[in-house]
Structures are given as C-alpha cells and as structure tokens.
Design a protein. Structure first.
Length: 232
C-alpha cells in the first residue's frame, strides 16, 4: 500500500507519503547539495546514463539504498514530489530506462517550482522512457504517477509508457496505486491516437483517461481506490 497526499493550509502546503517497499530494503534520508556541471557532463541514474543539467538544486530525499532516485523528496525551493506505482492495461517496459523514482529525483534537482517539475519530468519521460525493475528482492515493473507541489500549486502527473496527462489540483489531493485523472488539463502529443490504437477508447464521447488505461484485473485496484478516497 502506497499513498501520497497534499493539502493547502494557512501555514503552507502539507505533504505526506507512505512507502510499501520490500522487507530488508534500507530506505534512508539523503541530502545532496546544489552543484554545477561542465558542458557534456553525464549522469548515471539507476540503470541508464543521461545528459547532466548545467546546475542542480539542493535536495533532501527518502530513497531505497540501491536506487539512484527517491520515493519522496523536497528541494531548496520548496518543491516536493511523491510517486506511486500504477498499473495500465499494457505491460510496463522491462528494458532498462528511467525508474519513476529517478524521474522524481530529476524533477527535484532541476526545478524551482512545481510547474517546472512537471515540465522537466514529462520531457525526460518522452526522451528516455520509463522501465526496468523497481524491486529489491522481487522483479517488479510498473508505470508511475506523481504528486508534485510547492507552496502555491499542486499537480498530479500520471503516465502510461512515454505518454502522460496532467491535472492541476485544488486545495487538497491524494493519489494511490491507481490512475485518478478523468479529464486531463494537459496531455502528451499522440496520447489519444495511442489509446485508440490499443482499443482502450473508441474516440466517441468524452475522453476519460483513468477509465481508458486502468487495468481492471489489477488485484490491488479496489484497495487503492478506497485508500485514495480515505486520504482525500
């Protein structure tokens, strides 16, 4: 069971997450200072290397010991992100790519606002894809959703392969291990064509992203929906 939640309060944004990682997998708080990099620098993530940014912001991460990325974190600009495993109708990519936790850390290291983090993560997802096992003892493959907030705004970002949708959230929002965005505020180019080609949506009537892509045979679906409702 894994849940992330955010709520705007009189004192700022309240943000929380729990994590359902496997037994005997250490997860610790890891502070990384801001840094600058020269032209042509590369960055080794959990499985693949990508071009490094010219500068990164200071971050505080909660991360599994063997993964470069993180389950949850915050940066020096007050951007906070948590991720969830989500299960689409399609089989998540097993070839090594960026883990959802890598995308989370990259969003924190390279963004000065929640809105910028959405742009960073979606751009990296389209460029490099998501994939590889996220399991410590067992092999686990899944796509990812993210709750991304700062002191003034909150967004939900949900993905299927290299495609994505974004919803600007209200004063409170929670996500769990299921898709939750029905009518996106924004979506990746080609998403509608993709879901029609897969036979998940016939192109008639309003497009409901969550209904189109959710795997109805996921045994954890009912529990995830219930937990998300309670968290909200």
């Amino acid at each position: 069971m894994c849940d992330t939640m955010a709520a705007a309060t009189a004192h700022g944004m309240l943000f929380a997450k729990n994590s359902d990682r496997e037994r005997n997998e250490a997860q610790y708080l890891d502070y990384q200072p801001a840094r600058r990099y020269g032209a042509g620098a590369t960055l080794r993530c959990t499985y693949i290397a990508i071009p490094q940014a010219a500068r990164t912001y200071a971050v505080l991460l909660s991360r599994p010991c063997w993964i470069w990325g993180a389950e949850m974190g915050a940066n020096e600009h007050g951007v906070v992100i948590g991720n969830e495993a989500v299960h689409p109708r399609s089989t998540p990519q097993r070839r090594p790519a960026l883990l959802g936790m890598d995308l989370l850390r990259l969003g924190l290291e390279r963004s000065a606002s929640a809105a910028e983090a959405v742009t960073v993560i979606t751009g990296l997802l389209e460029a490099h894809g998501q994939g590889g096992s996220a399991g410590h003892l067992l092999r686990r493959w899944y796509d990812n959703s993210f709750l991304i907030a700062d002191a003034g705004e909150c967004f939900v970002l949900e993905t299927v392969g290299r495609h994505w949708v974004v919803e600007k959230a209200g004063a409170r929002r929670a996500i769990s291990n299921t898709y939750s965005i029905a009518l996106p505020d924004r979506m990746s180019d080609g998403l509608l064509a993709h879901v029609r080609a897969q036979g998940w949506w016939r192109g008639k009537g309003p497009f409901d992203f969550a209904a189109a892509v959710t795997n109805p045979e996921n045994p954890g679906l009912a529990g995830a929906i219930a937990r998300c409702g309670r968290s909200t």
